[in-house]
Write a protein that binds this ligand. Structure first.
Ligand code: CA
Length: 219
């Protein structure tokens, strides 16, 4: 999954960002309310983790304005302000859930999973395409019920290509979805993963649309 982390505290931000990266998520980390607003309007995210005490614009105002603009992404608020008033206000203006700092990372992962299972969140149901099934919760790819070994990046790439199947993705879009902003990748990394996936799924599974990008074949 690709996540937006909004947190101005360097130590907390680093520990969350490292933990989520370790769970195979792609994390973009912004540190103030204004940057957060710009990033939140980018449609690439599955979930937003939002601190409330932020420089430039406070998190509650960011949240309220985001919902007013029609933003639909699930938002988990991470806050040191554990007073009841703040919690109620946050939920009123559009937070989906709350976590009060300090919290255990396991608790964060559990809340994230719960949010993503909700219908309001991005679908976490298995994607079925022909005889292939990709299960985002179990992180498994199966073909005719046989488990296919894929790496985390290959899984993420396949998930993007199947959401929805048939959509054409340019190389640049795939790179952005896979790596976020802080990428230090070789220029052909995505093509290498596509090559690996074709080896595992058959060379025709991912089609090259000349001059445009890539798509999965009709089921
Ligand atoms: Ca803060």
């Amino acid at each position: 999954m690709r996540l937006l982390l909004v947190e101005d505290d360097r130590m907390i931000g680093e520990s969350i960002s490292e933990a989520l990266t370790g769970e195979n998520h792609i994390v973009d980390w912004v540190r103030d309310g204004r940057e957060a607003e710009l990033a939140m309007d980018d449609p690439v995210y599955d979930l937003i983790l939002l601190d409330l005490g932020l420089p430039k614009k406070n998190g509650l105002a960011v949240l309220e304005d985001y919902r007013k603009r029609g933003g639909l992404l699930p938002i988990l608020v991470l806050t040191a302000r554990d007073s009841l008033t703040d919690r109620v206000t946050g939920l009123d203006v559009g937070a989906d859930d709350y976590l009060v700092k300090p919290f255990e990372l396991e608790e964060l992962f559990a809340r994230m999973r719960a949010l993503l299972r909700r219908p309001a969140g991005r679908a976490q149901n298995p994607i079925v395409h022909g005889d292939l099934t990709l299960d985002p919760v179990r992180h498994e790819v199966r073909r005719q019920d046989v488990l296919l070994p894929v790496s985390a990046r290959e899984f993420a790439l396949l998930q993007i290509l199947l959401s929805p199947p048939g959509r054409i993705w340019s190389l640049a879009q795939l790179e952005e979805k896979l790596y976020g902003w802080d990428r230090d990748i070789g220029s052909n990394a995505v093509e290498v993963y596509i090559h690996h996936l074709r080896k595992k799924l058959g060379s025709h599974f991912i089609r090259n649309v000349r001059g445009v990008g890539y798509k999965v074949s009709e089921a």
